[in-house]
Design a protein around this ligand. Structure first.
Ligand code: FES
Ligand code: FES
Length: 153
């Protein structure tokens, strides 16, 4: 069964006919070409596919595209302003947090959501918030430091 949905992706409106079984990850990657949205585990365990829907980060591999109808979605492609990286992206670069990069878009979306909550967070709270993300290059320390730096602005 198919359904028409209207979504906004990084500020651009899209009207699409989707299979009701299609995940938001499939729609973003295959139809809107947001290739920062990575397909890792496909079952909500690794965080590689994380995007922000309205104000909350979700694992888009286990989030149906039809649930996103009427919502605003943000991916890494929408974080920079022109050629200027967001504060969080710049912190990841400055701290050398990126190795192969596969997990980084997901981490960045959660870290961006945290930065928008505008509250002080302890290192343990940040760790907990990032705990839904796996990094195969095991760069957790640098990623944590980069997120802390990005949160301090
Ligand atoms: S690909 Fe979605 S959580 Fe792993
Ligand atoms: S930087 Fe390679 S998987 Fe995290």
């Amino acid at each position: 069964m198919h359904k028409k949905i209207q979504i906004t992706v990084n500020g651009e409106p899209h009207t699409l006919e989707v299979d009701v079984r299609e995940s938001l990850m499939e729609v973003l990657r295959n139809r809107i070409h947001m290739t920062s949205v990575k397909q890792g585990c496909g079952v909500g365990e690794c965080g590689a596919c994380a995007v922000i829907v309205d104000d909350l980060t979700v694992d888009s591999c286990i989030y149906l595209a039809v649930w996103a109808d009427g919502k605003a979605i943000r991916t890494v492609e929408g974080l920079a302003e022109g050629r200027k990286l967001s504060k969080m992206q710049q912190a990841f670069v400055d701290e050398g947090a990126v190795q192969c990069g596969f997990c980084i878009p997901g981490f960045l979306m959660t870290a961006t959501e945290l930065s928008e909550q505008d509250k002080e967070m302890s290192r343990d709270e940040i760790k907990r918030a990032l705990s839904g993300h796996l990094c195969r290059c095991t760069g957790y320390q640098k990623i944590l430091e980069a997120t802390e730096k990005g949160l301090k602005g």
